[in-house]
Design a protein around this ligand. Sequence first.
Ligand SMILES: *[C@@H]1O[C@H](CO)[C@@H](O)[C@H](O)[C@H]1NC(C)=O
Length: 164
Amino acid sequence: MAIQNLLFLSWSLFYLHLNPTSAQTPVKVGYWSSDSEFPISNINSDLFTHLFCAFADLNPQFNQVTINSSYATLFSTFTQTVQQKNPNVILSIGGGNSDSTYFAAMASQPGSRKSFIDSSIQLARSNGFHGLNLDWESHRPPPRWPTWAPYSLSGERRCGPSRV
Ligand SMILES: *[C@@H]1O[C@H](CO)[C@@H](O)[C@H](O)[C@H]1NC(C)=O
């Protein structure tokens, strides 16, 4: 079920772009960044079907997803703060300021991928998120992208939203 939702939501974004006459409900996504000064309580969640809380970090030593302790309280209360209108609330990992080589190293080995995946699901669940988004940005793609993640034409890697 979780994987099916992942695929449906990922592909629905493409589908809606390619089929503007589709009767499906539009997907309206917004990011809130922990770098911003914008108060979470001021987000008008009525405008979105999905809200992304950005960014969780990849710890390169353990290949585990973590939340900076400076933002732990904001992340742990994000979902309940924005959920008045019931959007899907997604934990976003990575971002433009993260080191893409950490992601490449993590993705290169099955064991480190498992640590990453397991820790991301655990962290998302324990903070009340409904899904995950991997924002792995790299302007120089590694020689061989791992086959488990699609990437966009810009060379930027965005996966999700995916259900946890
Ligand atoms: C956590 O966030 C603070 C404030 O933005 C930053 O100064 C610090 O470097 C971050 N810590 C880590 C481990 O990224």
